[in-house]
Design a protein around this ligand. Structure first.
Ligand code: ZN
Length: 421
């Protein structure tokens, strides 16, 4: 199995943006683990109402205060440089400099994350405390970046199953050094893809999408939306899954897909703290996948939620994201996958009254295994009763107040006993 936390640690220091070498380095690290295909789309390419912007590559950026001391050094923390800053070199007064500085008074110790993708400007981000401590005088500014025609980079991968019907997972590769927002999703998708590649007998096909947020998803849909519209059963956007705050599930646009019920069933029986939200705007790339032209049923299972003090700042770091957090999220995602793969309508092969369970050793085995004979019996009887070809496994789970993951094991057992098909 892929070490998810190791991957997060490797990805964390890279300065990413919606285009540029940071995205390429990120995708190369993913490609070392799973065989993704990397694509380049030229600047100026039209994607629906959007145009692929020029490519941005930062090399060095800092400010020297009147005493000659470097402050807001990009080499120290890449959040210091406003994303998509144009090159600039010169000496300016503090007053003039202030027009290019961004801080967040609500979080005085954190460097905020800011970008200016579609308006050409330069700037630096720094903590509000640091901003308040700047002495008057002349400041030297040095920004060595390029912003010129190039391309936008993204990657994808299809794990073929028995059917062309597909489930997609989408994550974004455009945030600089923040651990939970963006790269926890990249790492989780990589591990999930590796799991599916090794899992035998996948029923669904699985599409993994690694794109810069918004423009990348729009570009992806401009190229693959027709095929996805034909084949997609459901999908998920994956981000903010590495911390240890409660789970938050944002439902699909309809809120009625089997995926919604499966995720909620698994969370309910997981013992974890969680909240469920109806689909809302804005959010992440579920906005594009769920736009009225596509209406791909896209849920989003996160942990922390926008609005936490860590969000879009230097406080979203490797202290906030933990091995326990990301591995716990992976396990929940894996169980969701297993449940979607098993969510069929089964048929009781002995539908005339109940079978004599003792004859099939279903009493002893289960009483001993589960520890609660009556609960076990309830699940078996519910499975047999509702397996009439009309109820899916999630229906049975809801009707019997069972965790769908427990029922999967019982389906296997009843199939072995030739009681279910
Ligand atoms: Zn973000």
């Amino acid at each position: 199995m892929i070490d998810i936390y190791d991957l997060i640690e490797e990805l964390f220091p890279i300065c990413r943006s919606i285009t540029g070498d940071g995205v390429r380095r990120t995708l190369e690290l993913v490609k070392k683990r799973i065989p993704i295909q990397i694509h380049e789309v030229k600047s100026g390419t039209q994607c629906f109402d959007w145009t692929i912007p020029d490519e941005w590559n930062p090399r060095e950026a800092w400010i020297k205060d009147p005493a000659g001391k470097k402050i807001a050094d990009f080499a120290e923390n890449n959040l210091h440089l406003l994303g998509y800053s144009i090159p600039f070199k010169g000496k300016i007064s503090l007053d003039e400099l202030r027009g290019h500085l961004y801080s967040d008074p609500g979080r005085p110790d954190a460097i905020p994350y800011n970008t200016s993708y579609y308006e050409r400007r330069w700037g630096f981000c720094l903590s509000h405390r640091q901003l308040g401590s700047l002495a008057p005088g002349e400041y030297e500014v040095y920004i060595d970046t390029t912003l010129e025609p190039g391309s936008l980079t993204y990657a994808d991968m299809l794990v073929k199953g028995k059917t062309e019907k597909e489930i997609f997972f989408s994550c974004y590769v455009c945030h600089p050094s923040m651990a939970d927002d963006s790269i926890s999703g990249v790492a989780l998708c990589t591990a999930l893809c590796d799991y599916l590649l090794k899992r035998s007998g996948n029923y669904y096909s699985y599409r993994f999408i690694f794109v810069p947020e918004t423009i990348g998803a729009i570009c992806y849909l401009a190229r693959n939306g027709g095929e996805m519209k034909r084949n997609v059963y459901c999908g998920m956007t994956v981000t903010c899954v590495g911390d240890e705050v409660e789970f938050n599930y944002k439902r699909t646009r309809s809120g009625k897909h089997a995926l919604d019920r499966i995720v909620e069933n698994i969370l309910k029986h997981s013992g974890e703290k969680y909240k469920v939200h109806d689909f809302f705007l804005p959010g992440s790339d579920e906005r594009q996948y769920s736009s009225p032209g596509f209406k791909l049923e896209t849920g989003s299972l996160m942990r922390s939620f926008y609005g936490l003090p860590n969000y879009h700042s230097s406080a979203d770091n490797l202290d906030f994201v933990t091995r326990r957090g990301i591995e716990g999220s992976y396990e929940i995602y894996r169980r969701i996958l297993e449940a979607v793969e098993a969510d069929f309508k089964y048929l009781n092969k002995m539908p005339y009254c109940e079978p004599f369970l003792s004859k099939y050793k279903l009493y002893d085995t289960l009483g001993a295994q589960v520890g609660s004979g009556s609960d076990y019996k309830k699940k078996i009887l519910s499975l047999l009763n509702y397996s009439d070809g009309e109820h899916s496994l999630i229906d049975v789970a809801e009707k019997s107040s069972s965790c769908i993951s427990d029922l999967i094991a019982l389906v296997k057992l009843l199939k072995e006993k030739n009681l279910l098909e």
